[in-house]
Design a protein around this ligand. Structure first.
Ligand SMILES: *Cc1c(COP(=O)(O)O)cnc(C)c1O
Ligand SMILES: [Zn+2]
Length: 415
């Protein structure tokens, strides 16, 4: 059972029932799902959680009501791996990698879609839709296919071919817009007004959608043996994941389920789309939109909806925000693969490169525990690396040619 009580305005505190609504009637502020944590505290225990399914739904008590049953492809409960080789490379004592490449469609978006589509079905919608930089479209199309719903996913037309294919294969309608994500998002806000039985999961279902990201923090705590880490690095697109990861840690601490304090959160952006990092660095209160130009397409949101809330969180707890060039993103995709055997998409490169940057400038403490969220699988952005990750040598099928190549690559001693 869910302890969600309804919706709460993040600006003025007005409350509403758990209905299809995403902005406040009084102040137009964004809404979020609110919970009765006092009641939850009596019922939700480490044991009750650990007895649940190996998916995000083990935390169902702290998620929106999914109705009769959740729409579930098995999102979540991904590995939290202790890093030894990357930790040594970066010179830190305790590094953990939250490997969210291992979700049903290869990105953390499966968490938010499972939650939002369940709410959409409960609220009587009939079509799943979204504005996406790629990964969300894939996840929405897959989850909709699994329950026989039509889907309409809207993405920039010039996305990576591999991402378009992954969205299209599930048989929904995929609209490519001649423009960037911010154009796509604006269009979707207009479409919401025209199609009131369509659930645009990250627009009119956004309060429900966002809650799915809390399961990252819940899992991290449980997998660390019911303690909080000291520092967490989160990639930033709209900033939704970041703000809800913060909310998840706060709820677990408030419920008395974990040892330790709420961690300090750190953001990660590509320099080619770094409106939040820029605002943070310059001390600005408002996020100035930027026209994205980076290989990290999944994070390329130039006008991030949750930007101001990310800034508040960063400033309230002594966080920082990385901003890394495309060259370092590519280099760190390789570094992660070579040191840990994890193949991440460009967003993972942004997270690892930002982690390194903030360690080097001393804002991330080398001696305290760190968790880095690796949010998407490398197969999603093969285009970014296929020209550089190539054959070591091409040889004829002869022993002599093989031995010569092995000598060249210094796998056997030169004679
Ligand atoms: C969507 C996405 C994020 C973060 O998105 P937010 O809009 O900030 O919640 C991070 N990594 C990947 C791979 C994504 O697809
Ligand atoms: Zn309000």
């Amino acid at each position: 059972m869910s302890f969600a009580t309804g919706l709460l305005c993040r600006e003025c505190g007005a409350t509403y029932p758990s209905e299809a609504r995403y902005s406040c009637d009084f102040c137009f502020g964004p809404l979020e799902v609110d919970y009765d944590l006092v009641a939850a505290r009596r019922v939700v225990t480490r044991e009750s959680i650990a007895g649940g399914p190996n998916s995000i739904w083990r935390y169902g008590a702290l998620l929106p009501d999914p109705g009769a049953e959740p729409v579930d492809l098995g999102a979540g409960w991904t590995p939290l791996r202790r890093s030894t080789r990357l930790a040594e490379e970066l010179g830190v004592r305790e590094l953990w990698l939250k490997d969210d490449t291992r979700n049903p469609t290869g990105s953390f978006k499966d968490r938010v879609v499972s939650v939002a589509l369940s709410s959409a079905r409960r609220l009587g919608f009939t079509t799943a839709a979204c504005a996406s930089t790629g990964n969300l479209a894939t996840s929405v199309a897959a989850h909709a296919a699994s329950i026989g719903w039509p889907s309409v996913t809207i993405i920039p037309a010039d996305l990576e071919k591999s991402k378009i294919a992954m969205a299209a294969i599930f048989g929904g309608t995929v609209l490519g817009v001649q423009g960037n994500y911010d154009d796509v998002n604006r269009l979707c806000v207009e479409l919401v007004a025209e199609h009131d039985d369509w659930a645009f999961l990250n627009v009119n279902l956004r309060p429900y959608y966002a809650e799915g990201s809390k399961t990252l923090s819940f899992e991290i705590c449980e997998q660390l043996g019911w303690r909080t880490p000291a520092q967490v690095v989160v990639p930033l697109a709209s900033g939704s994941q970041f703000t809800k990861v913060a909310k998840g840690f706060k709820q677990f601490v408030e419920l008395g389920l974990v040892e330790g304090e709420v961690p300090v959160l750190f953001g990660a952006q590509a320099t080619g789309c770094s409106p939040i990092a820029s605002a943070f660095a310059s001390g600005a209160d408002v996020v100035t939109p930027q026209r994205p130009n980076t290989i990290a397409r999944s994070l390329a949101i130039g006008n991030p909806a949750d930007g101001p809330y990310v800034l508040d969180e960063l400033r309230a707890h002594g966080g920082d925000c990385g901003s890394v060039p495309d060259s370092e993103i590519l280099e760190c995709i390789g570094l992660l693969a070579e040191t840990e055997g994890i193949f991440a998409e460009t967003a993972g490169g942004v997270t690892v490169a930002s982690l390194r940057q903030m360690i080097n400038r001393g804002t991330i403490d080398r001696d305290k525990s760190i968790v880095a969220i690796i949010s998407g699988h490398g197969l999603k952005t093969l285009d970014a690396i296929v020209d550089t990750a190539t054959l070591s040598s091409t040889i004829t099928p002869s022993l002599a040619a093989a031995e010569e190549a092995l000598r060249f690559h210094q796998l056997v001693a030169a004679s």
